[in-house]
Design a protein around this ligand. Structure first.
Ligand code: GDP
Ligand code: IMO
Ligand code: MG
Length: 422
């Protein structure tokens, strides 16, 4: 099987973690390839809920290796909290959890800047406040600190230079409090010690394991609509959740890739600001939010809900050439009389079926819907035959329209509430 990539194909929170955990039965190693603690990945195991922000969602399988790739921005404080959480749950992580020495480290000033810029923006992005954008910006401008730098003799010097720069920047904001240099250095020396057992050359380990015939799953965070290049910029995150991001985010060749899984919800959600063509601001939107428990796993914010958007989904398919689609949260559509799917966009210049590159154009469009008869319940379905006929029709329509096989269907949060299509 080799290397598989698992991507959120909409605007995040598609149920990626549940599917990572499910696919783990045939996987040896799970590697996160981008994003940071902005992610909130939920796995429900025998009724117990685990939310991971940094640790790969495969960690609940005691025999699997879990890596954090160089493409991730690592918040040491958050990582240590997660370690504590899994330790308390009696899950052993020793010798099976590694972080790339090349991963960039989130610093306190990244979080401060993230918050400050949000308060100053005329149109806030609605970030998670986890310092993601500023950390990736420092990486690109070559002022960042990588995990490996925490072990350098010059660590103090590097931190000091950044603190000087950020203090200069922050002094123009009201309620300015200079950064506490001594405290930050001390904290990061402490983190360096704590993280030492996990630091490794992840790109080497990934390639070596692939050479030995192991199966590796690259776990994406966020989703295609939040991609820094192809998403609804500037209402995006600062990394590439799309397939290419997995190559640079763990250090593998595209020739290694065997499967690319798209995780798609049977409807759409988005958390934070930005265009959302099929958003429902009525009682149906409220129904989906309630039934789907659509509240952010990281920030607790209510997620915006709407119908499935085929125009966007086709764009997502084009960008990633998925081998498989996993359709999640089908159960949330239970009990809805008429289910709609957006099949095109109406603009002042006529109908379009291609996702526009211009945000202005996107804000202007009106979705064109096709209606489907609903069904009562998909609860307890183990096979396609167990599903109500109308649910099967809905799946078939999406599959044909996207020209990609929907090979797994999720009908509930638990591992076992999953249908694998033969
Ligand atoms: P991720 O960020 O893509 O991993 O998704 P999140 O964990 O942020 O959000 C998905 C939520 O839906 C979590 O609470 C999951 O437990 C839950 N979930 C996943 N699959 C299903 C499903 O098929 N049905 C229902 N009802 N909930 C699901
Ligand atoms: P998972 O992996 C949904 C959104 C934020 C905001 C934008 C930028 O759980 O699917 P950032 O903090 O990254 O600078 O915020 O991206 N966002 C997510 N939305 N799921 C996520 O992760 C997200 N991570 C970031 O709400 O709109
Ligand atoms: Mg999430």
């Amino acid at each position: 099987m080799g290397l598989s990539i698992l991507i959120g194909a909409q605007w995040g929170d598609e149920g990626k973690a549940k599917i990572v955990d499910y696919l783990c039965r045939n996987i040896d190693i799970v590697v996160r390839y981008q994003g940071g603690a902005n992610a909130g990945h939920t796995v429900v195991l025998e009724g117990k809920k685990f939310v991971f922000h940094l640790i790969p969602s495969g960690i609940l399988h005691p025999d699997k290796q879990c890596y954090i790739g160089n493409g991730v921005v690592l918040d040491p404080e958050q990582f240590l909290k997660e370690i504590e959480m899994i330790e308390k749950s009696g899950i052993s992580y020793h010798n099976r959890l590694k972080i790339s020495a090349l991963a960039h480290v989130i610093m306190p000033y990244h979080k401060t800047l993230d918050a400050l810029r949000e308060t100053k923006r005329k149109n806030p992005i609605g970030t998670t406040g986890r310092g993601i954008g500023p950390c990736y910006a420092d990486k690109s401008s070559r002022n960042g600190l990588r995990l490996i730098d925490l072990y350098s003799d010059k660590l103090d010097e590097k931190i000091e230079a950044n603190i000087e720069y950020y203090n200069y920047l922050f002094q123009n904001y009201e309620n300015y409090q200079p950064l506490d240099k001594e405290k930050i250095i001390k904290d990061y020396q402490y983190y360096a010690e704590k993280l030492k057992p996990f630091v490794d050359d992840v790109a080497f380990l990934v390639n070596e394991n692939l050479d030995q015939g192991k199966n590796i799953l690259a776990e994406g965070a966020q989703g295609v609509g939040l991609d820094i290049d192809f998403g609804t910029y500037p209402f995006v995150t600062s990394s590439n959740p799309t397939a290419g991001g997995a190559m640079t985010g763990i250090g593998v060749s595209p020739l290694r890739v065997d499967k690319i899984y798209a995780i798609m919800k049977a409807y759409t959600t988005r958390v934070g600001e930005g265009p959302f063509p099929t958003e429902l601001l009525d009682e149906t939107g409220e129904y989906l939010r309630k039934k789907g428990h659509e509240f952010g796993s990281t920030t607790g914010r209510p997620r915006r809900c709407g119908w499935f958007d085929l125009v966007f989904a086709k764009y997502s398919v084009m960008l990633n050439r998925f081998t498989d689609i996993v359709l999640t949260k089908l159960d949330v559509l239970d009990g809805i009389d008429k289910i709609k799917v957006c099949v095109g966009y109406r603009t002042s210049k006529g109908e379009i079926s291609r996702f526009p590159v211009s945000l202005d154009e996107l804000y202007e469009i009106t979705p064109i819907y096709q209606e489907f008869d609903g069904w009562e319940s998909v609860e307890g379905a183990k096979t396609m035959a167990d599903l109500p006929e109308n649910a099967r029709k809905y799946i078939d329509f999406l599959e044909k329209s996207l020209n990609t096989s929907i090979s797994i269907i999720s009908v509930g949060p638990d591992r076992e509430e999953t249908i694998v299509r033969k």
